[in-house]
Design a protein around this ligand. Sequence first.
Ligand SMILES: [Zn+2]
Length: 683
Amino acid sequence: MRAFAVAVFALSLAVVTATAWAAPRVPETPAMIGAQMQRGIDRANASIDIILAIPEDRRTWGNTVAALDRTLGTFDADTSMVQFMAYTHPDVAMRTAARGAEQAWNEWMVDLGKNESLYKALVTVDKSHNHVIDCEQTRLLEHMLRDYRRSGMALPADQRAQLADLEREINKTTQAFDSAINDDPTIVSVTRDELDGMPEAWIDTRTNADGLYLLGMDYPTIVPILDNSPNAALRQKIWMARKRRGGKENVRTLEKLLGLRAQQAAMLGYDHPADFENEVRMSGSAERVQQFYEVLRPMLHKKALLDHAMLTQAKRDATDDDNATLKPWDFSYYMEQIKQRDFNVDGNVVREYFPMTKVRDGLFEIVERLYGVKMVPKNGIVGKDIWHEDVEWFDVVDGDGELLGEFFMDLYPREGKYGHAAQWGLVPRVRLADGRMQKPVAALVCNFPAPTDNMPSLLSHDQTETFFHEFGHGLHTLLAQGEMARFSGTGVERDFVEAPSQMFEAWVWSPQTLPLLSGHYETHEPLPTDLLERMISAKTLGSGMMNETQVHYGLTDLTYHLDPEGDLDTTQVGKDMLAETTMFEPVDETWFQGSFGHLTGYQAGYYGYMWSRVFAEDMAARFKSLGMLNPEAGAHYRATVLGQGGSKSANDMLRDYLGREPNMDAFIVSLGLEPPQVDAATN
Ligand SMILES: [Zn+2]
C-alpha cells in the first residue's frame, strides 16, 4: 500500500561547486546532521534576504517568484538527505539526530509561511503590469499566494501568531505519531509447533531465541504467515498484533492531532480539515470524494458478496464446520488456497520466477526501451555516498547522453528502518541562478526478503508489483522536464500522485513484458505462459472485498477529518465504518488507526489511491493497445505526463495524454465487475 512519501520542496549541498551535479552526501555523524541542516537553513535565509532587499519598483517574476522557488528547491537538496536518514540510517543515534533535522525543516517551513514581507513581495509581482508571464509562471505565483492564504496571511496579526503556534504543535504531534509507528517494538514469540506448515526455508531465516521464534511485524514475516499458515490461531495472533501497533498511546496522539487540525481548519475559515486538505487536490472538496465512493460502493459490494460466499465456503470445507464464519485473518489464507485449488497458482512457486536481480534488470530494460534512457550503476562508499551496504546507486542518462538524475534503492528490511515501501523525491529539478540545472534525486525504500547464503532474494508477484509501483513514482521524479522546483516530477495534486505509480503496475501483468522480468532462480526459465494466464484469471479474485477494505480506510480517514471539532473516538469510528463498508465484523481490542501511517501526510486523502487508480487504468489502456514496450507510446506519456510534473492541472494533463475526457470504464473492468471475464482478455 503505502506511499510515496514526498519531500515537498527540495535541495542543496553545503558547498555548491561549479562541476557536475551530484546527489547530496550521506552525513557521517549525528553532529554533521545538525550542522548540515543549519547550513541549509542559513543559505535559504540568505537567499530570502536577497529577495526581500529588491526595491518595490524593480520586483519581477524572475527575481522574486522564481528566486523563491529556487530557494526552496535548493533548501531541500541541502537538507533532504539528512532528514531522510531518520527512516533509513542503521544507527539509532543518527536516526534520532535526523528526526531533529526534520523538525527543524518543518519549523522553518512554518516560519516561511508566516513571512509577511515575502507575501507582500509576491503580491507586488501579482499586481505589477510591467512584465508578461506565461501560464506556468502564473500558476507558480498563484500557488504561492494560495499557500500564503492557507497559512493564514489574510488573518489579523494576533490570530496569525496563534495559528503559527498551532502549526508547530501539529508538526510535533505528527512526528510523535510517525515515530511511534516507525519504532514500534511489537514482537510475537511463538513455538516451533505453532509454525508447522510454514516452509522450512522460511522458518530457518527467523530469529530463534532459546527455542522461541521471534516474529516482527515486517512484511517478509507477516505476509507469508497470513497467506500460508494453516494455523488459524497463529494467523489471528499475528493479525491482532499488527492491528494493535502503536498502542493506545498512539491512538491518543492521533486524537490530539485531529483536534489540532480541526482548530487549524476553523481558523482558516473551512468547515472541517477534509475541505481544507482537499481544496488543493483534484477532488476539490470532501463532498466530491463522498460522491466518488457513492458511485463505486454498490458495484464493489455486489462483487464482495460473491467473494465472501466463496471464501466462507472454502473455510467451511476446510474446517468441516458448516457454521464457520470468515474472520479477517482468514482472508489472505483462503484466497491463497483458492488460487492454488481453482487456478493452480501457488505463490511459493510463482516467487521462484522473480529473483530480485532479474526483476530489477527487467524493470530497467522496460524503462530503457520505453523512455530511451539508461540506468548506470555507481559505486558508492558506505557512510559517504550510501547509508548501508545493501543500498544500490544509479545515474539515469538520457538518450543524448545528458544526465537526468540519480536514484538509490534500499530494498531489504533491517532494524529501525522504515517498514513499508515508499519513494522519496529527495531533490527536485530546478534551474539554478547560474543557469545550471539541479538534477532530481529519488530513493526507493522497500522491504523485500533479503537474500541468504543459499537463496537469492525471491519476490512474490505482489512484491514485484510493489517494486514497479515505487519505481513508477521514481520515474515521475527522475524524468521531470521543467525548470521550477514546485512542479518538478511528483509536485502534482496529491490525488493524482498515485496514478503514474499504479499505472506502472500493469507491466508486471503483461505477457509482452514478463519474459523480461521473470526467470526461475535455478533454471532461468521465464514465467510459464499458462501460469501467467492462470494468474491473470485469478487477478480479480477477492477484488470486491479487497476494494471494500480500501473504501474502509478511505472513508475512515475522511470521517476523521469531517468533524468540525475533531473530537472523535477514533476506535469507535473505525469499527462503525468497518461494519458499514466491509463484510467483516469489528474485532475488539484492536485499533488499526494507531499505525495507519497515511493519517499523517495523506490526511483526508487516502481515497486518492482509488481515485488515481481510476486514471491509472485509463492511462495504461493506451499502452495495452499500442504495445507495452512501444517507444512512441512511452515518449507520448513522458512528454504529456511524467515530464510535466505539476506544471498544469492533472485534469488538463489527462486530457492532453488521452485526447479525451478521462472515464471509469477501464477501472471497472479491471475489478472484474463488468463483465467479470473481460479483464483477463485485456491484460
Ligand atoms: Zn504509491
